[in-house]
Ligand binder design. Structure first.
Ligand SMILES: Nc1nc2c(ncn2[C@@H]2O[C@H](COP(=O)(O)OP(=O)(O)OP(=O)(O)O)[C@@H](O)[C@H]2O)c(=O)[nH]1
Ligand SMILES: [Mg+2]
Length: 382
């Protein structure tokens, strides 16, 4: 195996990675964590990740932390596991800012992170980094749908397999979006998770409201080492099938308008219509996210469930007259159909909001078979 490039670090940087299924709240949680850590007096950098360019998370997290001067870099065109060398290049850019802590968000369809990313980092960069515990975030609805199988799902069994593997390799399981469930249900889900993963610490958080975030942050910063739980067994064919059922669309769209429009209404309208079209196709939604950058401000909107209403981010301007819209969709649908659906939705929204959309770039595909170059077993990382 070839050796990755060397890195020059004055003192070891703590790596905090938080994974978890699509839409579980990773970006929201990591931005909140970054903010709190910075207020505690430390320097932070963030690395985001996606299967394709035009990643909404990067511009969203930059906006979320805009007044704090946080370096944010991205690894695109594949997960951290498969783009390990690029991860190092992006991390190196952030190291120029001399961070104490580097936060990373792997793609939500990714697993086997410990073997394919954490252990190679520990072996090749022993003096550069220390690893905090690896967290897997989960959305209560997905726990009921994909783990407990209590509710209906539009996803095949392979996606449940991927979900279970993500939990299995975590040190910390973070039951996020606690604000959406009653205390009794919170307790029940926690017990179900504990029953299946007795050795793991479970945190219950609302990344959006802040509940439970302090306990999680304290545990991450406690000095306890982590990211050590290599999956005992992982069937890459099943893992690949779980990813391959997803249509993955990333597009950059120029938005122009003769008159000012309501950016929140526009994004809400696009997502509501997307949801309605996807319902007709019975297409399970992983996450559809929009990021509109207009006049130097990025605004966002999300859809994480076919049954839900679109969520509008907190900083929507009253009016906008143009900008760039990033459309990121991860849906259980064939890529050609997904692309056609998104084009149809944009065209309808263009007419109803009197705006012009020029699609500058559009990638739509199913993620390729995962093939990490530096996959390592436990003994190799000691
Ligand atoms: N109610 C509630 N919503 C949340 C919470 N955390 C995140 N969300 C919402 O969940 C949606 C997805 O959040 P993200 O942070 O983008 O999730 P993610 O895991 O980074 O998504 P991907 O990167 O696409 O996998 C957004 O609408 C968030 O506002 C939470 O604690 N409570
Ligand atoms: Mg994200």
């Amino acid at each position: 195996m070839k050796t990755p490039k060397t890195l020059d670090v004055r003192k070891p940087v703590k790596l905090i990675f938080a994974g978890g299924f699509l839409g579980s709240g990773k970006t929201t949680a990591l931005a909140a964590l970054a903010r709190d850590i910075i207020h505690g007096g430390m320097r932070v950098g963030i690395v985001t990740n996606d299967q394709s360019g035009n990643l909404a998370d990067t511009v969203i997290v930059r906006q979320m932390l805009s007044e704090l001067d946080v370096p944010v870099e991205e690894v695109v065109e594949g997960c951290f596991c498969c783009r390990f060398d690029d991860l190092i290049l992006q991390v190196e850019k952030i190291l120029a800012y001399e961070p104490d802590i580097l936060l990373g968000e792997p793609v939500g369809s990714c697993t086997d992170f410990v073997a394919a990313v954490a252990h190679p980092l520990k072996i090749h960069y022993r003096d550069a980094f220390t690893f905090a515990p690896f967290s897997t975030l989960v959305d209560p609805d997905r726990v009921r749908e994909l783990l407990l199988k209590e509710t209906g799902t539009h996803f095949p069994e392979e996606v449940s397999y991927l979900f279970r593997k993500q939990l299995e390799e975590a040190d910390f399981i973070v039951l996020n979006k606690s604000d959406l469930i009653e205390p009794k249900e919170r307790g029940r889900l926690e017990r179900e998770l504990r029953k299946r993963h007795p050795g793991k610490e479970i945190f219950v958080t609302s990344a959006l409201r802040g509940d439970g975030m302090l306990d999680w942050r304290k545990a991450l910063l406690s000095g306890r080492p982590g990211a050590d739980t290599v999956l005992r067994q992982i069937d890459y064919d099943r893992y690949a099938r779980a990813e391959a059922v997803l249509g993955w669309l990333n597009a950059a769209v120029k938005v122009r308008s003769e008159t000012a429009f309501d950016p929140g209404g526009l994004m809400e309208g696009v997502l509501a219509r997307t949801r309605d079209v996807l319902r007709e196709h019975n297409a399970g939604v992983g996450h559809v996210k929009l990021a509109l950058t207009s006049g130097g401000r990025t605004m966002w909107a999300n859809l994480t469930d076919l049954r839900a209403d679109p969520y509008l981010g907190p900083n929507i301007a009253d009016t906008a007259s143009g900008g760039t819209l990033l459309v990121n969709a991860r849906v259980r649908m064939e890529p050609e159909k997904l692309e056609a659906a998104v084009r149809e939705v944009l065209s309808a929204a263009s007419a109803s909001f009197a705006v012009t959309f020029d699609i500058v770039d559009l990638q739509c595909f199913s993620p390729a078979y995962p093939d990490p170059p530096y996959r390592m077993q436990k003994g190799q990382a000691q």
